[in-house]
Design a binder for this molecule. Structure first.
Ligand code: AP5
Ligand code: ZN
Length: 218
């Protein structure tokens, strides 16, 4: 299974990705997590990306496409993968098409902007694994600690309300066009086109996982 999770910042892509990847035994390829790892490692690329990410903008297509192309050649991708937060622009989607990367499904998680601000402000993450919690909606077993390792949870720099608003604007301008891109491609009946499914991202985490797993097999 090779799939794309599409959705606004805070739609729950990362949260649902872990369930889907566990069920299908495929790796989660989150460009956001890859960039945060580069920031943490202090690489040149990470330092350049940090400024852009903290401001809520998008890192250049060239860097992202390079990262992803390299990642999908690794052995654990042989049986498929899940893209979380990629592609995010038309050129990124075109690059996958041009490279002949065959995708099975695009799953859109739809959440209104009003719910997103609340989700972001309560989000806490375990940086090393990318595991995501919410202080109210999806709390860890012990406040401030990762369930698996017991390590400290942090708040992402780009989760401040003003930055979240910028990220939502960037999503509308640059990423939302991919809804039509993949929707229209699927409608052509082209054998290379991935199926397109849209689910509501409102409800409990478990409810959305149920919808997502159903969409994957329908
Ligand atoms: P990235 O890390 O991809 O961020 P994003 O797309 O903005 O998405 P988020 O991680 O914020 O949200 P999510 O949908 O994963 O939601 P989550 O599951 O965490 O990218 C960060 C930055 O990196 C970008 O701004 C950009 O600069 C750069 N970047 C990354 N990829 C790039 C690319 N391809 N090209 C260019 N630049 C790129 O859930 C959010 C919160 O809600 C959590 O607290 C969660 O616990 C909670 N929650 C989840 N589900 C529910 C529910 N059902 N009910 C209530 N709360 C819920
Ligand atoms: Zn995420």
């Amino acid at each position: 299974m090779r799939l794309i999770l599409l959705g606004a910042p805070g739609a729950g892509k990362g949260t649902q990705a872990s369930f889907i990847c566990q069920k299908y035994g495929i790796p989660q390829i989150s460009t956001g997590d890859m960039l945060r790892a580069a920031v943490k490692a202090g690489t040149e690329m990470g330092l350049a990306a940090k400024k852009i990410m903290d401001a809520g903008g998008l890192v250049s297509d060239e860097i992202i496409i390079g990262l992803v192309k390299e990642r999908i050649t690794q052995a654990d991708c042989a049986n498929g993968f899940l893209f979380d937060g990629f592609p995010r622009t038309i050129p990124q989607a075109d690059a996958m098409k041009a490279a002949g990367v065959k995708l099975d499904l695009v799953l859109e998680i739809d959440v209104p902007d009003t719910a997103i601000i609340e989700r972001m402000s309560g989000r806490r993450v375990h940086v090393a694994s990318g595991r995501t919690y919410h202080v109210k909606f999806n709390p860890p077993k012990v406040a401030g600690q990762d369930d698996v390792t017991g390590e400290e949870l942090i708040q992402r720099k780009d989760d401040e309300e003003a930055t979240v608003r910028t990220r939502l604007e960037v999503y509308q301008a640059q990423t939302r066009p991919l809804v039509d891109y993949y929707g229209e491609w699927a409608a052509t009946g082209d054998a290379q086109a991935p199926r397109y499914r849209k689910i509501s991202g409102l409800g409990t985490v478990e409810e959305i996982t149920g919808r997502a797993l159903e969409a994957l097999t329908s």
